[in-house]
Design a protein around this ligand. Structure first.
Ligand SMILES: Nc1nc2c(ncn2[C@@H]2O[C@H](COP(=O)(O)OP(=O)(O)OP(=O)(O)O)[C@@H](O)[C@H]2O)c(=O)[nH]1
Ligand SMILES: [Mg+2]
Length: 205
């Protein structure tokens, strides 16, 4: 299921819970349409889009967390598959885009923090850091958020980085993928590509 990766030296991945808008973002970045949907669990195996001339692949990973119509065991298998995919390809992944739903992310994180478990989004953010993969949190669906600065500051707090969010422009990128409003994300990704001497890939962001 996770062994479909084209053999490219450079990669950018989209990762995040189900239904946050990863495939919508993938469509906006590639100009190619991918299955999207109102229910979580649409993408069940990675979508890859590669440009062989540049040896570059953009990957939309399946969502983790609740997926409608998918058994609990299988949800765990998908999560394990994502973790292994990131570990196996960490050297080649130039940037990870962790997509979250700006409208619900704080509530979801807080709902999951009362028990022992670390919430998925927070766990994934730290996991990517452990793997040394430069990470941008794309805070999607900002069209549905009215208290923008407050939300983004709260998100920093939950991720363990110091608010205000505006000092983290290379890490926190508010977007509305559905309308193609991606400038904050493109800027952030470019910063990380530049740090890795990959300005040649700017044309994709
Ligand atoms: N309001 C709003 N809705 C959005 C935005 N981006 C995506 N959506 C909607 O969110 C829903 C889920 O989008 P997908 O792109 O399928 O989400 P996904 O993360 O790929 O979901 P899985 O494949 O299930 O993991 C769809 O109904 C999209 O139209 C946005 O910027 N604003
Ligand atoms: Mg999807």
């Amino acid at each position: 299921m996770f062994d479909t990766r084209p053999n490219c030296e450079a990669e950018v991945v989209l990762v995040g819970r189900s239904n946050v808008g990863k495939s919508t973002l993938m469509r906006e970045l590639t100009g190619h349409s991918f299955d999207t949907g109102k229910k979580p669990g649409v993408t069940r195996s990675p979508n890859h889009y590669d440009w062989s001339a540049e040896d570059f692949v953009l990957t939309d990973l399946p969502g983790f967390g609740f997926m409608s119509g998918v058994e609990g065991d299988r949800q765990e298998d998908i999560k394990t598959g994502i973790v292994h995919y990131l570990e196996d390809n960490a050297e080649k992944i130039l940037v990870a885009i962790l997509v979250v739903d700006g409208k619900s992310v704080i509530d979801i994180i807080d709902r999951h923090s009362d028990g022992e478990e670390i919430p998925y989004d927070v766990e994934m953010f730290h996991f990517l850091r452990e793997l040394d993969i430069p990470t941008v949190v794309a805070v999607n669906k900002m069209d549905k958020v009215d208290d923008r600065d407050e939300r983004l500051n709260e998100l920093c707090d939950r991720l363990g980085i110091l608010p205000p969010w505006k000092q983290w422009q290379e890490t926190i990128a508010p977007i509305t993928a559905k309308r193609g409003q991606l400038s904050a994300l493109n800027e952030a990704v470019r910063t990380h590509l530049h740090d890795q001497q990959r300005d040649d890939l700017f044309k994709f962001f």
